[in-house]
Design a protein around this ligand. Structure first.
Ligand code: ADP
Ligand code: ZN
Ligand code: ZN
Length: 735
């Protein structure tokens, strides 16, 4: 009987063998259910073989092979295999990490839901916007969409039930057109947005954009990495749109990765408007299991042309993939920080190479790794150096020296004055402070007690609105104490500034201003973002107070002043990537200002106005800063000049952790090409009740590092590790 080798979601780096009657090579990539100990587990067939080393009496038979979804394509299996190898993570766990939940179970998947129910019994007609879609804007190859459009154009309206016998693709198109406001039903409001794609509202490319598009398209049929380095507002999105259009014309699929789930609706809308007839699916952690499964299956069958998603979308099967775009490539959220610690950006490069297609890394502030690859010629660099909108200039960036201009409740006079002026000119402002809550600490002034988390080495943040204290690391919450638990003093002081407190202070200074706080707390509700963005665009907000959630990608046309508070905290961090990250963040938030015709101003409150980072920021000179940082990294022997991996371990007591790490260090001693650091406790020692430490290893050669890690991991697996958990983190972005 044939034997299948199956990847299972268990922390062992091997495949598991089972008998499977009738199995053949065609079954590779199919999902199976197998007995495993007393349980049944879902797995994926990786190989079908005739022989095994497992003794026959131990070999069990699989329970079932699921054929309700097509097998995972070979490329995807190879991607998983690479990922497992490179990140030293068990293959089964890598695969299960990448699959939608429904495909990780031992149950058959549910059939697709039918959208048509909602419009079955009504009349469908083109809206005014829909009437303006030019047939010529739909690629000839998209015959179904073209025919459907013509069908609508020929009559006043069509009863929904007329589509009953049509394919699911047509029903899907109708659904999409309803969402984009191209068609309406009797019951839908007739206020379809005025967003038809006519040739006139596709902007003419700037010279730089045109160059970017042509450069990339001129080499579209083979692998290369292009770093699209464009300042904020330079119109990177338009470049993406043109490239996507070119791919769609050839019936190819495009994968677009974005760092933040918040950014998906906005891009989704932009893509829908430009490509109304294209099947776009968006994949991110905010979807429920069914939605994610449906999207995934549409990608796998090739029905979906554009896949937009956060890092996990890198594992989507895409049979006709023609291009990958990684927007904001420098963003650390492309690196998963637990379990399988993969970098979706780096896997995007692997994937492009695998199928021989271009990949675009876009950013205003590229990671030093990518920047280094660009200046050394490994990546092609394409620059966009000016803003795309005529007359939109970059904002001016200045510092306010808080040693001279003292702050009250976090705000200095010059900043308040600038806010006042901006308000009187009916322009919008942002106050950026990267700390949510009311105040970062609760302090007893008589005995110096501060509220600390019981499970983490962190201070508890005061959330005055909800009258509680919260740990921003583990989520622990407790009531706000009335008196000091140490000395009984009743005069406990919230210390420092958070978004809630700054909002409160601004309300007292500007009682008539419409002030809105934007942070993780205020945007938690589903759809909160949508209504906030709507308010901003309708000019219903004067001042936004927010965390980094505001920094990314959003386009606020009437915004002309940005005040930055408390950014000094990251200047002298122990993390060597802190400056790079701070610079990117401040550039990004600054980039929100002056995006249309009004000029923008950015004011940074700091005690260190002469710091090189602020100097570079004022000149908006990324290259100068990047080159300096690269020199520092070279001297210090840090990435991108070396390649790193971290062995992270945790246990109840740090002594156990350090013992284990010391043993690990001894095992690593004999490898010549590896530089070994001392085991150290983590910067934040305790997290969720566990004490943590790490051991950093690095090498000038990625290959040598990989060879070492493979051996080391084998050795580590044999070290008795009761009560300890450890994991390897390859190419860590945080220590
Ligand atoms: P980036 O992502 O590079 O920060 P965006 O893609 O958000 O920049 O573009 C900034 C603004 O410029 C957007 O409002 C966009 O519609 C506009 N824009 C882009 N390209 C052009 C162009 N060629 N002509 C006019 N406006 C453009
Ligand atoms: Zn006290
Ligand atoms: Zn905690």
């Amino acid at each position: 009987m044939p034997i299948v080798r199956v990847a299972l979601n268990v922390p062992v780096g091997t495949l598991f063998d089972y008998y499977a009657e009738h199995a053949d090579q065609e079954n590779i990539g199919l999902r199976v259910s197998v007995p495993f100990g007393k349980r049944r587990l879902a797995g994926i067939i990786m190989e079908v073989v005739a022989n095994t080393e497992v003794p026959p009496e131990k070999l069990k038979t699989i329970q079932s092979i699921f054929t309700d979804n097509p097998p995972l394509p070979k490329e995807l299996l190879n991607l998983f295999a690479f990922c497992s190898q490179y990140y030293h993570h068990p293959i089964g766990m890598v695969i299960m990490n990448g699959l939608p939940a429904a495909l990780r179970t031992t149950k058959p998947i549910k059939p697709k839901k039918d959208h048509s129910a909602t419009w079955n019994n009504t009349q469908l007609r083109l809206t005014d916007a829909g009437k303006r879609i030019a047939l010529s804007s739909i690629p000839k190859r998209q015959r179904i969409a073209r025919n459907l459009l013509v069908r609508f154009q020929q009559v006043e309206s069509i009863p929904g039930e007329a589509f009953k016998e049509d394919s699911s693709r047509i029903k899907q198109l109708i659904q999409q057109w309803l969402v984009s406001g191209w068609i309406s039903t009797d019951s839908s409001p007739h206020s379809a947005q005025d967003n038809a794609v006519t040739d006139s509202n596709i902007p003419t490319l700037t010279v730089e954009q045109d160059h970017a598009v042509n450069t990339i398209l001129s080499a579209q049929s083979h692998f290369h990495v292009s770093l699209l380095h464009g300042i904020t507002g330079s119109g990177k999105t338009e470049v993406y749109l043109r490239l996507i259009a070119a791919m769609l014309m050839q019936d190819k699929q495009v994968l677009v990765l974005v760092p933040e789930i918040n950014l998906t609706p906005q891009l989704e809308a932009i893509f829908h408007n430009r490509f109304p007839c294209t099947n776009l699916i968006s994949l991110h952690s905010g979807l429920n299991d069914t939605e994610r499964l449906q999207g995934w299956l549409q990608a796998q069958t090739g029905e979906a042309n554009i896949v937009l998603g956060t890092r996990l979308a890198i594992f989507t099967p895409l049979p006709n993939l023609g291009l990958i775009i990684v927007d904001e490539e420098h963003d650390h959220s492309f690196k998963q920080q637990d379990g399988l610690r993969y970098s979706a950006r780096d896997l995007a490069i692997f994937r492009s190479k695998q199928v021989n297609i271009p990949v675009i890394l876009g950013s205003a502030t590229p990671s030093l790794e990518s920047y280094h690859s660009a200046i050394t010629g490994r990546y092609r660099v394409i620059q966009l150096t000016s803003r795309a909108i005529k007359n939109a200039a970059l904002p001016t960036i200045q510092t306010i020296d808080t040693r001279i201009h003292k702050t009250f409740n976090g705000l200095s006079q010059p900043l308040l004055q600038a806010l006042r002026t901006n308000l009187s000119e009916q322009q919008q402002s942002i106050i950026f402070i990267n700390r949510r809550g009311y105040a970062p600490t609760l302090l007893c002034k008589s005995c110096a007690w501060t509220a600390a988390c019981v499970r983490c080495s962190s201070r508890l943040v005061v959330h005055l609105r909800d009258k509680d204290l919260r740990c921003h690391y583990c989520g622990h919450q407790e009531r706000l104490p009335i008196h000091c638990p140490e000395c009984g003093n009743q005069d406990l002081t919230p210390f420092g500034q958070g978004t809630q407190r700054v909002t409160e202070t601004l309300n007292t200074y500007f009682p008539n201003a419409r002030i809105l706080r934007i942070d993780r707390d205020s945007t938690r509700r589903k759809d909160a973002w949508r209504s906030i963005l709507q308010k901003i665009h309708n000019q219903e907000i004067d001042i936004l107070v927010g965390t980094q959630i505001l920094a990314k990608g959003h386009d606020f046309p009437n915004l002309s002043l940005i005040g930055i508070l408390n950014s000094d905290n990251s200047l002298y961090s122990t993390d060597f990537r802190a400056s790079e990250r701070l610079f990117a963040q401040l550039m990004q938030i600054s980039g929100r200002a002056g995006r249309s015709n009004n000029k923008g101003q950015v004011l940074i409150q700091t005690e260190f106005p002469d710091h090189p980072l602020y100097q570079a920021l004022q000149k908006q000179n990324f290259d100068a800063l990047a080159k300096n940082l690269l020199i520092e990294r070279k001297i210090a022997g840090f990435p991108p000049y070396v390649h790193q991996a971290v062995l992270r371990a945790e246990a109840h007591r740090i002594e156990t952790v350090i013992d284990f790490l010391s043993t690990a260090a001894k095992l690593a001693k004999d490898y010549e090409s590896i530089e070994l650091f001392d085991p150290v406790p983590a910067q934040m020692l305790r997290l969720k009740g566990m004490e943590r430490g790490h051991l950093l290893v690095q090498s000038a050669s990625r290959k040598q590092l990989q060879i070492f890690l493979l051996q080391w991991q084998k050795q580590l697996s044999t070290v008795p590790t009761q009560k300890i958990r450890w994991v390897l983190d390859v190419d860590p972005v945080e220590l």
